[in-house]
Design a protein around this ligand. Sequence first.
Ligand code: G6P
Length: 439
Amino acid sequence: MGIKIVTIGGGSSYTPELVEGLIKRYDELPVRELWLVDIPAGEKKLNIVGALAKRMVEKAGVPMKIHLTLDRRAALPGADFVTTQIRVGLLEARIKDERIPLKYGVIGQETNGPGGLFKGLRTIPVILDICRDIEELCPDAWMINFTNPAGMVTEAVLRYSRVRKVVGLCNVPIGMKMGVAELLGVDQSRVHIDFAGLNHMVFGLNVYLDGKNITRTFLEQLTTRESGITMQNIIDLGWEKDFIKALGVLPCPYHRYYYQTEKMLKHEQEAAEKEGTRAEVVKKVEEELFELYQDPDLAIKPPQLEKRGGAYYSDAACSLIHSIYNDKRDIQPVNVQNNGAIASIPDESAVEVNCVITREGPVPLSVGDLPVPVRGLVQQIKSFERVAAEAAVTGDYHKALLAMTINPLVPSDTIAKQILDEMLEAHKEYLPQFFKAVS
Ligand code: G6P
């Protein structure tokens, strides 16, 4: 019969990567229908991306039918997989997430600190609405979420919806593995990493080359600026050699915001003055991408998409869908319910950890306790994610203030309150749960 995939946020600039991934795997993953769904405000982008997707499929000669719609409920029935890649409030909201905290001397970032909190507050209610449609219209479908903040979103789906077949996905582990392979000058198939932690807070507990544990020697190589591992959206300012050696595990690029807060803040402040914040830069990249996508002769994913931090996201999604569909039982790092895999995190919470991918879904591999030096930070971020998710669902001001204040990137209760109040006002349009009319 073939597979039906529904992509919510189909007008995203990342969609051509998803289409490319599906075309590449068509023989083993016969997708009969790909439905790209968007909201009226995204219609123009949906039409541009949809037309490119159709050209790509036609050029590749695969019988995959692309449907475009603004009606999510019409798309969902019969779906085997629902992928979610939405940005509530678009890049304009991200610009505010990045700029407002900077005024208070606090990191302004898409998924960390106050910015991550507000992205969660805007996004979680919308994702839970999608969940309600999935529960009703395609209860057997797998929900594959790449919407950020992916850890907080997965946590919210697990706690506040009845969707159980949910997997959160990120390109950070894949990026780290590619970075390690590049540093070692080997093909990535020879590298294996034991990933464990949370989304954008994941550590490589062990690094292997051809099955041999090389963690210690590898960490020694990781300490010069030239050899750092990072993503397109995070500057590499170099690590303190002795710190990384002492840490004993491989940090992810986002750990720079926690272990190098001052340096990263200074860099963000300078960048905001000169070339603009990351969202402002990305806005230009998006404009260029959509220009390119409109070229009727373009029928492949353009290489310029790799300028985005989320490159390879969709590739990770296609591998995951492929392994679930074919019961491949390979190992992939994804966000799932912990179920005891990481002893330091509650069983019912979402974690990012290596899993065996089966037809019944990802089965997390047990890692026991996290090492003492990183355990506390991971637990603190998990508490932040839980309180933030509760604030998003309830619209409770005090919970939001609590989430903001316990975030390790926010220095005090007073600053937390000031940032919270300014950001609530700035994002009012997308936060109806905090502005209910008093009757
Ligand atoms: C990283 C993260 C993604 C995030 C992206 C932002 O790769 O893993 O979760 O979406 O960066 O990239 P951008 O190009 O939008 O700054």
